[in-house]
Write a protein that binds this ligand. Structure first.
Ligand SMILES: [Zn+2]
Length: 150
């Protein structure tokens, strides 16, 4: 499986979110053959809905699946607790992470549950997230549920 190719779909979503002034996290779900099932992006700012993270958006767009063991969830940034919980709840087999530099997430917690975690350390994902955090730290802190004490 060419995970870099799959990441492009999630990264395009993240870039769209960035251009919309939202949190630039994109995600996509694929079947075991690499066929796209659903894609989405964080739209908390755009929709005023804090429950729309990239991963949850892609998950919902993919619709009902009989099993998630053979599914691949690709996300541009290491998943937060909320999305990590979703991955464990539905036993998603493989999670591809674009980057975990700007936010390290809880990848060990996923691995402990038997999730196949693949880290790509993609420079474009790293740069896009970094420029967002640098310009809008307030929005970012709200997104990961952390008060910025200002
Ligand atoms: Zn999340």
């Amino acid at each position: 499986m060419n995970y870099e190719e799959l990441l492009k779909v999630a990264r395009d979503q993240a870039r769209k979110g960035f251009e919309e002034g939202g949190v630039p996290v994109g995600a996509a779900m694929f079947d075991s053959h690499g066929n796209l099932l659903g894609e989405g992006r964080n739209r908390r700012v755009q929709e005023g809905d804090p429950s729309i993270h990239g991963e949850t958006d892609a998950f919902r767009k993919a619709g009902r699946q009989k099993t998630y063991r053979d599914k691949i969830l690709v996300t541009t940034l290491a998943p937060c607790w909320y999305c990590s919980g979703l991955i464990r709840q539905f036993n998603i087999g493989t999670v591809v992470v674009g980057e975990s530099i700007n936010f390290e997430g809880h990848l060990d917690w996923l691995r402990e549950a038997g999730v196949n975690v693949i880290e790509l350390r993609d420079p474009e994902c790293i740069d896009m997230m970094k420029s967002f955090i640098d310009t809008r730290p307030d929005i970012w802190n709200e997104d990961i549920g952390e008060c910025d004490h200002t």
